[in-house]
Design a protein around this ligand. Structure first.
Ligand SMILES: Cc1ncc(COP(=O)(O)O)c(C=O)c1O
Length: 437
């Protein structure tokens, strides 16, 4: 891995300029590096699995725009599709063939989708799915799990992960009590908590929202028995199970987490991968539920730019390019390789008295510092690991590798990576671990 040589002076100047006109100089909080210290780099371009900064340095990128870039940056199939689409007009506010094509494609790939509605972000997808669940059940309350992030709509900003996990906040200011009081929060990995909640409140609970693989507060895959309990108990109480696949959808498997694990969700939410790197979200599920959406039904939800041909073309091209190379299988292979490379480093850390665990699900991975066993809930994550992570993060940066600027965010492998690149990256991870101890 190359040593980064520049002083980052250009990025620093650009950041000061940005801070004068944007809160924290960023458009999304975690980008500001607050939990790891230092200042963010300005990215000039991306190609494959690398990004180039405005300072002229190249980094191996494990962030991948936080999930959408399953093919890496500027994949030729996606850029060509976008170039062709843009020349025909970016948005018409009227039906166009690409939106039907993407809808057909993802309905065919996902076992839980009869119909789908496109929106512009994961946040819009979960917000709209909640409205639909409330309408379908005639109930207002719902539950989510501690550490799960479902975007930034008011109702979900209660004990959320992602940037909020970084800040150690359990909610956001500006959310009315009347709104958050309808959000119940339970710990993951805890069947007894589910039973207790449903015994007391089951008949007032419209929905349970859960990430397919919780990946916004570390990576916290849940046990099969837990999923079975969740499905059984929601069904018994007429509560909808909404699986948020904004990260896992079309990344972890062609049919997402629900397809992989046979989870019979009532509704699912998507984003990230289905936009090929452009802003798209979607929610969908069984026909009788989706037929409640306006104009077929009374649940209003709309969007000026929703389903625009540009984003749809990017999504179609990305999914086709992944299919062409059996990308899901390839990512699993790469993931296994990465896991095998990190295993001896983890053993070495343990021997040096610094517990460390790796959790990996396909192309998602997370290193948890100070943890002796892979955590399965927010409560099980040692808070003490964050300091070491900050040092590790900067040691990696100096050696030309970008990982998420937060101890609670996962790493993403992509199809532009290969064994050789990962071999070199693992060597660098080893150096950074040693230097940050
Ligand atoms: C599981 C999950 N749901 C919803 C969202 C919100 O998506 P967006 O940032 O596109 O609004 C995210 C974003 O990271 C997510 O990880």
């Amino acid at each position: 891995m190359t040593q980064v040589s520049s002083s980052n002076e250009t990025s620093q100047q650009l950041y000061s300029r940005a801070c004068a006109v944007m809160p924290g100089g960023v458009s999304s909080p975690v980008r500001a590096y607050q939990s790891v210290g230092g200042q963010p780099f300005f990215i000039a371009s991306g190609s494959g699995c690398h990004v180039q900064t405005e300072d002229g340095d190249q980094y191996l990128d494990f962030i991948g725009s936080w999930g959408p870039l399953i093919l890496g940056h500027a994949h030729p199939a996606v850029t060509t599709a976008v170039q062709e689409a843009v020349a025909l007009g970016t948005s018409f506010g009227a039906p166009c063939i690409p939106e039907t094509e993407l809808a057909e494609k993802i309905c065919a790939m996902s076992p839980v989708l009869d119909k789908v509605r496109f929106v512009n972000s994961g946040t819009e997808a979960t917000m709209s799915a909640l409205r639909l669940a409330r309408a379908a059940t005639g109930r207002d309350g719902f539950i989510k799990f501690d550490g799960c992030y479902h975007g930034h709509a008011d109702s979900f900003l209660v004990k959320a992960g992602s940037g909020l996990a970084t800040f150690g906040e359990s909610s956001s200011s500006g959310v009315p009590e009347a709104c958050s009081s309808l959000t119940g929060v339970l710990p993951l990995d805890d069947e007894a908590a589910l039973e207790e909640w449903f015994a007391a409140n089951g008949d007032q609970t419209a929905a349970v929202f859960v990430e397919g693989i919780p990946a916004n507060c570390g990576l916290l895959p849940q046990r099969k028995e837990w999923w079975k309990k969740l499905r059984d108990i929601t069904r018994a109480h007429g509560t909808l199970l909404v699986v948020d696949e904004v990260i896992t959808g079309f990344r972890i498997a062609p049919g997402g987490f629900c397809g992989l694990e046979g989870i019979d969700a009532d509704l699912v939410t998507y984003g990230k991968v289905i936009g090929g790197g452009l802003p798209v979200g979607a929610y969908g599920g069984r026909k009788e539920l989706m037929d409640m959406i306006s104009p077929d039904g009374g649940v209003y939800q709309a969007g000026t730019l929703s389903g625009n041909p540009l984003c749809m073309a990017a999504g179609i091209a990305a999914l086709e390019a992944v299919e062409k190379v059996d990308g899901w299988q390839r990512l699993e292979e790469l993931g296994r390789h990465w896991e095998a490379l990190l295993a001896p480093l983890i053993e070495r850390e343990k021997a040096a008295g610094s517990p460390l665990t790796l959790t990996r699900c396909g192309s998602l991975f997370w290193l948890s510092f100070d943890a002796n066993n892979a955590p399965r809930s927010y409560e099980a994550i040692p808070a003490s690991g964050a300091d070491r992570y900050g040092r590790f993060f900067h040691e990696l940066l100096q050696r030309g590798i970008m990982v998420a600027p937060s101890a609670y965010e996962v790493g993403f492998l992509n199809l532009a990576m290969n064994e050789e690149i990962l071999d070199a990256a693992a060597k660098t991870f080893g150096e950074a671990l040693e230097a940050s101890r």
